[in-house]
Ligand binder design. Structure first.
Ligand SMILES: Nc1nc2c(ncn2[C@@H]2O[C@H](COP(=O)(O)OP(=O)(O)OP(=O)(O)O)[C@@H](O)[C@H]2O)c(=O)[nH]1
Ligand SMILES: [Zn+2]
Length: 200
């Protein structure tokens, strides 16, 4: 999912020099000479998710489960994402669950799906939906649940300056949406949302 007409690496480095000049500094001074290269390399890490297809991550499944039909829950998947409005970090945890129909997926792959969507510019609601929808579409389980708790640096280090605030979002599909006891069991398994600000 790489945008068309992607600028060259040199153009990206030049954009960093422009920002440095705009901030009031001198990109030719010694301490800043390597900065455009470092920033571009950092951005390669921050936005690595555009180069991966999350659907492919879930392609390999296992059917020999001896009839396992209870929910599978992966909790406290730590992630670092980036706010699409301000391009500053969103740091938090995701809890992901599904109710298998007949096949299960390698458990690390759920964390990899979180990682691919996190390493893109995001708003938390969209990221929550994307993770749930991808698992639902590929595995076609009886239900999917995703809860995300995160702190947005655009609210803590700038703007309204409210440290300690965390945002909680959820997307429930299938049995997690329709069956209150399934939903309750999942919420009990992930525990109460962390007290604001204690984790990030
Ligand atoms: N719904 C939602 N809003 C977000 C998320 N991340 C950041 N925002 C908000 O996006 C909004 C952007 O509002 P604008 O008024 O366009 O931007 P701004 O002038 O920088 O706003 P302030 O942050 O209030 O200074 C802000 O209210 C942010 O708090 C997110 O994941 N979900
Ligand atoms: Zn923001």
């Amino acid at each position: 999912m790489v945008a068309q007409g992607r600028p060259s690496r040199e153009e990206a480095e030049e954009a960093v020099r422009t920002l440095l000049r705009w901030a009031g500094d001198d990109p030719t001074r010694e301490g800043l000479l390597g900065t455009p290269d470092r920033v571009v390399r950092s951005y390669e890490e921050f936005f690595a998710g555009y180069a991966s297809d999350p659907m492919e991550l879930l392609a390999r499944t296992f059917e020999e489960t001896d009839g396992y039909d209870e929910m599978v829950v992966l909790r406290d998947i730590r992630f670092e994402s980036y706010c699409e409005h301000h391009m500053v970090p969103i740091i938090g945890v995701a809890h992901v669950a599904y109710l298998p129909r007949s096949r299960v997926v390698g458990i690390s792959k759920l964390a990899r799906v979180v990682e691919v969507y996190a390493k893109r510019l995001q708003i938390q609601e969209k990221m929550t939906s994307q993770i749930a929808n991808t698992i639902d579409e590929v595995l076609q389980p009886l239900g999917v649940a995703v809860v995300i708790e995160a702190s947005h640096q655009c609210m803590t280090t700038r703007g309204v300056h409210k440290p300690g605030v965390s945002m909680v979002t959820s997307r429930m599909l299938g049995a997690f949406r329709n069956d209150p006891s399934t939903r309750r069991e999942f919420l009990a398994m992930i525990g109460n949302p962390s007290p604001a600000g204690s984790m990030f």
